[in-house]
Design a binder for this molecule. Structure first.
Ligand SMILES: Cc1cc2nc3c(=O)[nH]c(=O)nc-3n(C[C@H](O)[C@H](O)[C@H](O)COP(=O)(O)OP(=O)(O)OC[C@H]3O[C@@H](n4cnc5c(N)ncnc54)[C@H](O)[C@@H]3O)c2cc1C
Length: 413
């Protein structure tokens, strides 16, 4: 009899993990408290860009700088009323805002994302039908210093083999993307960048899992666990206990709440972001464009343009702040003058799951032999998911990583 693994959370991380476990012959159950696509994995920018899996704590950030981030239109925003509750978390976060920690983080994520494009290709070869575009990423800037920092970030990831950045003058950037306006001072292009409609990947994974006999339980909240000593025997929902030999917690920004039920205090916060989905090109872009200073992603999808951006720390909730949406409408035309913000758009809010060091937690829950966690994928769940799924499947099948695991959940125990 094959092992039965219960995966909690049906975002990109949970579904890809379930897919990998099923491929390895496990009997898998996936449980999600809501409908498919209710988490951060649905309305995000859809970038599958290994070179942009950068840790959020960056060199040079400090308390004084963070206190400036209370302007409602700041790309990184801390809600003043939430600040007292977030002080402890930010104190930890600031410890990682240095060059050494940043480089360590880049190296760690690079090790996990280097396989990403090949894994998406493998998914397509396996017959899964989802959207994927290969036109690269053009980052553009209004400010010389931001341009320099953006180029350096790409150079750091290039050292780990993740895309050679090409520096472009403003004119070269506009030749590549004629919709760019006159205020651009320069750009950086990497061709090793892809984008997708993330909802299409979720749907493809879910339908394959279902076809392969995986039980998908939606609208079913996991409220706790059944345990015997250091082992879990199942997960509790409001109506039943679902038995399992192993349990994987893949609940994104909510992971801290479930981890607490296992006595594991995971410092997870939400880096909330917003997106706008237009049903037609607005304007028509040739490739993904990153509005560097404003930190806004522009993604040309087959069903229209998507804009995504802002990182807001206001606690674990999906409350939508109007000012953050307005900030997107205000900033986009500074780069793309033909943008029409008065057209109808689907507005969406999601929570990036962020740990203080900006790295995911992937591995055994401290103190448990058969409980695993895969969460904290911050700004880059799409390129990090395939590597995460492999790591979790390795643990479940008794083949943990040979060397040190930079994502070990025990670092927060
Ligand atoms: C605006 C924005 C833009 C982004 N752009 C990109 C991008 O371009 N590329 C990229 O790679 N990443 C991007 N991200 C980040 C990306 O969305 C996340 O890293 C990723 O979605 C995390 O996936 P996840 O599966 O861990 O979490 P989620 O997708 O949030 O899934 C977690 C699931 O767990 C379920 N759940 C929670 N608690 C319970 C419970 N108790 N019981 C049962 N189920 C539960 C939830 O319902 C949810 O479905 C962006 C994020 C935002 C907000």
């Amino acid at each position: 009899m094959s092992k039965r693994v219960v995966v909690v959370g049906a975002g990109i991380v949970g579904l890809w993990t379930a897919y990998e476990l099923r491929r390895r012959g496990m009997d898998v159950v996936v449980i999600d408290k809501a409908e498919l696509g209710s988490g951060s994995s649905f309305g995000n920018a859809g970038w599958v860009i290994p070179a942009r899996a950068l840790p959020l704590p960056a060199p040079g950030l400090h308390w004084e700088g963070l206190k400036m981030m209370v302007q409602p239109d700041s790309p990184l925003y801390i809600k003043p009323t939430a600040l007292p509750r977030l002080t402890g978390w930010f104190t930890q976060f600031l410890k990682y805002c240095n060059a050494e920690a940043y480089r360590h983080g880049c190296e760690a994520t690079a090790s996990l994302t280097s396989m990403a494009h090949a894994e998406y290709d493998r998914l397509a070869e396996d017959g899964l039908d989802f959207e994927m575009h290969h036109q690269g990423l053009l980052s553009v800037y209004l400010d010389e210093n931001a341009w320099e920092t953006g180029f350096k970030d790409h150079q750091t990831m290039a050292e780990f083999g993740l895309g050679e950045p090409v520096r472009l003058s403003a004119q070269e950037a506009r030749e590549m993307e004629p919709e760019l306006g006159p205020r651009i001072v320069g750009g950086v292009f990497i061709k090793e960048a892809r984008h997708t409609d993330p909802g299409s990947v979720l749907r493809a994974l879910a339908s394959r899992l279902e076809a392969d006999g995986v039980r998908l339980m939606f609208s079913t909240e996991v409220t706790g666990f059944e345990r015997q000593g250091h082992r879990l025997t199942g997960v509790k929902t409001k109506t039943e206990t679902v038995a399992g030999d192993d349990v994987v917690i893949a609940t994104g920004a909510w992971a801290g709440q479930l981890a607490k039920a296992l006595g594991y205090s995971l410092p997870m916060q939400a880096g909330k972001g917003y997106s706008l989905q237009f049903s037609a090109p607005n304007p028509k872009l040739r490739a993904s464009v990153f509005l560097g200073d404003a930190k806004i992603a522009c993604t040309p999808l087959s069903r229209g343009t998507r804009y995504a951006g802002t990182i807001e720390f206001s606690g674990i909730n999906l409350n939508m702040e109007r000012a953050r949406i307005e900030a997107l409408h205000k900033k986009i035309p500074e780069y793309l003058p033909n943008y029409n913000g008065s057209l109808d758009a689907v507005e969406w809010v999601g929570m990036r799951p962020v740990t203080p060091d900006g790295l995911p937690v992937i591995g055994p829950v401290p103190g448990f032999e058969n409980a695993f966690i895969a969460a904290g994928h911050s700004t880059a769940g799409l390129p990090l998911a395939p590597g995460t799924a492999k790591m979790i499947a390795d643990y479940v099948t008794g083949r943990p990583p040979a060397g040190p695991n930079p994502f070990d959940p025990a670092r927060w125990a």
